[in-house]
Design a protein around this ligand. Structure first.
Ligand SMILES: [Zn+2]
Length: 83
């Protein structure tokens, strides 16, 4: 087992280009700065747990494809619903 000198966090690593952070969603390493991560005061390195791309994907409002479920019966089927 390697004796890491200073590993601040399992999701952080130091490269020759600087500190990188592991995105929890796409599991890719990105530069640990606000260019790739949104800032989060409570997050690791004060960055959000997933990268901006994943964050946007998460916010992707696919729910807007609401099926027009307008099959609302205007009246309760008290009449004519004979078995
Ligand atoms: Zn990501």
């Amino acid at each position: 087992m390697l004796t890491a000198t200073h590993v601040p966090h399992p999701r952080l690593r130091e490269t020759i280009d600087g500190l990188e952070k592991l995105c929890a969603k796409c599991e890719e390493w990105w530069p640990a700065d606000r260019e790739f991560f949104f800032s989060d005061p409570e997050g690791v390195h004060r960055l959000f747990y997933c990268c901006k791309a994943c964050y946007r994907e998460q916010l992707d409002p696919r729910r807007l494809e609401r099926s027009p479920a307008t099959s609302i019966t205007p009246f309760p089927s008290l009449f004519g619903a004979r078995a």
